[in-house]
Design a protein around this ligand. Structure first.
Ligand code: PPS
Length: 567
């Protein structure tokens, strides 16, 4: 299969029309795109999502969800939808044009809204991702981040989203096509990745290209990947280091601003279509491609070869050939890599799993040269120092008067005594005075308060400090959202201070329970307002019959056990 490298259609208008549209769009209702929508819009506009011409209409959406095809029969496995809030949706009439802006307010496109509907998100989760289980990152996104209403309709492209990083490494489908034409490349294998490349990847990609007698495109995703992945800045520096290891002029590196859904088989097929649009002829699909990890029962969402099977079934229709990802292992006696099924008998096979690599990085242990390139390891260590040097957040939750603040204070002092990292205490009362002074205790206000704490804690964690938070934080969903914010940067240690409501009321240190019983304080947690007991906190401490020092010590032991402080 050789590539047809003619340009593919884009949704951009000419420069002159774009200037005119920009001015006219000043009077349109504006939607501020989310980071994921910006990624989707970029690929819609530049032809990466060809044949889509806009965000899916309701008919197309239903058809894509049910059959992986648009209503016209084009193969399209992934819903690309514009989710908005109910308030925003109310402002928009059908056939109205709206402006799509980035987070700084720069207009990127206009869209004629032809459809507006409330999707059945559970059905979308079941059909597209295989289960309505929020352990799946895309299902979690669907239920907890995406707006309630979808808008659909054609998009008119005004300008590309602005990227300040790695500009020279980003290519539109037509730019890549032009590059391949210029280089005379007719067969090109794409390697999709969201991880740093090590020697085994370099070997397998080079081998795949050689076998297909093709050139190689390293095509990593730099839009949105799985929460917890190595950030793309670090990864791109690593890819650049690996690029030197291929014979010169055989291999190219280009960054793809895709927002992954971790949708396994459907996602693999989507990736293949996107690569076809970028002018590629071959696509490497591995074991558990775009896999989301374990479901809430601890089982895999998809079978290890489901993705390969689905891509194989549709490869002819897509016009891209699937290449099997060969699992490469290092053979000690030969001092070289072999596909696992070609290892000479009786030889010693060495391999380091992803989990083992993360462990070695987090504990500052040696990573051998046969496994990775020293330049790559250096970059990874620079970004991720060992756990005992990283930032983290300890998040206490419990009733008012449960002892959260007292234990948090004791913990802070103990951590400061140890030294090494700055410590900040975000106690309920301190926060309410300095960050949330205008807020009350309605669900909405409590959520806002906790999200603010989460934001500050995540910034502290990102910058290598220790954040200790001690609010009531009564809602499980909000605590989960904070966990997600923090875990982008470091560990989140939830500590449930499990003092019973009866004991808190008996202690009634601030006299608030009495007032709550008398109805003088409304919406009082545990009395007249709910508290979701944490189901799986990292630690639960009982304060009844245990002194504060001992409770704080239990937290210290937990932190040691998690490798967050040196033992
Ligand atoms: S929340 O729900 O997480 O936003 O609450 P938080 O910011 O931790 O604030 C709790 C402190 O405010 C006092 N207080 C109340 N608590 C619960 N419910 C109601 N209605 C209420 N009104 C005032 C109370 O003293 C809490 O302090 P702590 O330190 O938890 O005892």
């Amino acid at each position: 299969m050789a590539s047809n490298l003619a340009p593919i259609p884009e949704l951009y208008v000419s420069y002159e029309s774009a200037q005119k549209l920009k001015v006219e769009a000043g009077s349109l209702v504006s939607h501020d795109l989310t980071p994921r929508q910006i990624c989707d819009l970029e690929l819609l506009m530049n032809g990466g999502f060809n044949p889509l011409k806009g965000f899916l209409t309701q008919e197309d959406y239903d058809s894509v969800v049910e059959t992986m095809r648009t209503k016209d029969g084009a193969l399209w496995p992934m819903p690309v939808t514009l989710d908005v809030s109910e308030e925003f949706a109310e402002k928009v009439e059908l056939d109205q044009d709206i402006a799509l802006r980035d987070q700084e307010g720069v207009i990127l496109a206009t869209m004629t809204v032809t459809d507006k509907w409330v999707p059945n998100k559970s059905r979308e989760a079941e059909k597209v991702f295989g289960a309505d289980d929020s352990a799946h990152p895309a299902v979690n996104y669907l239920h907890n981040h995406a707006g309630k209403v979808y808008l659909g309709g054609p998009v008119t492209g005004i300008q590309q989203p602005v990227h300040y990083d790695f500009k020279a490494r980003r290519d539109t489908p037509n730019e890549l096509r032009a590059y391949f034409r210029k280089m005379g490349w007719r067969k090109i294998v794409a390697f999709q990745t969201r991880n740093p490349l090590h020697r085994a990847h370099q070997e397998l990609t080079f081998r795949a290209a050689k076998e297909a007698q093709a050139n190689l495109l390293i095509h990593p995703v730099v839009g949105m990947t799985k929460p917890g992945d190595v950030d793309h800045f670090t990864r791109v520096r690593c890819y650049e280091a690996v690029l030197d290891k291929y014979p010169s002029s055989t291999t190219h590196l280009s960054l793809l601003n895709l927002a992954m859904r971790m949708g396994g088989p459907r996602e693999a097929l989507w990736h293949a279509i996107i690569r076809k649009n970028h002018g590629l002829t071959h696509f490497i699909v591995g074991r558990d491609h775009a896999g989301p990890g374990k479901n809430s029962e601890g089982e895999d969402f998809y079978g290890p070869y489901d993705a390969q099977e689905l891509v194989r079934q549709h490869q002819e229709e897509v016009g891209i050939e699937m290449v099997d990802f060969k699992h490469m292992v290092y053979v000690q006696e030969k001092a070289q890599y072999y596909p696992i099924d070609e290892v000479p008998e009786g030889s010693t096979v060495l391999n380091i799993s992803g989990t083992e690599l993360r462990r070695r990085l987090s504990e500052g242990l040696e990573i051998p040269e046969w496994f990775s390139f020293p330049e790559v390891v250096k970059e990874l260590r620079r970004t991720k120092p060992p756990r005992a040097k990283q930032g983290f957040t300890v998040f206490f939750t419990g009733f008012s008067g449960s002892g959260k603040s007292t234990i948090a204070n004791a913990l802070m002092v103990k951590l400061m005594e140890m030294g090494g990292r700055p410590v900040t205490l975000l106690d309920g009362d301190i926060v309410r005075k300095n960050l949330s002074s205008e807020l009350g205790f309605s669900k909405e206000h409590r959520d806002l308060n906790i999200r603010r704490i989460g934001y500050v804690a995540s910034e502290i964690t990102k910058n290598g400090g220790i954040a200790i938070c001690a609010p009531i934080a009564p809602y499980a969903a909000t605590r989960r959202a904070v966990r997600e914010d923090v875990e982008n940067f470091g560990a989140f240690v939830e500590v449930h201070v499990a003092t019973s409501i009866e004991e808190c009321e008996r202690r009634d240190r601030k006299g608030l329970y009495k007032l709550a019983r008398e109805g003088k304080i409304k919406e009082f947690t545990g009395i007249s307002d709910p508290y979701d007991v944490p189901q799986t906190p990292e630690l639960r401490v009982e304060t009844e019959g245990t002194d504060v020092d001992n409770c704080a010590h239990q937290v210290i032991l937990k932190l040691e056990q998690m490798g967050l402080i040196a033992g």
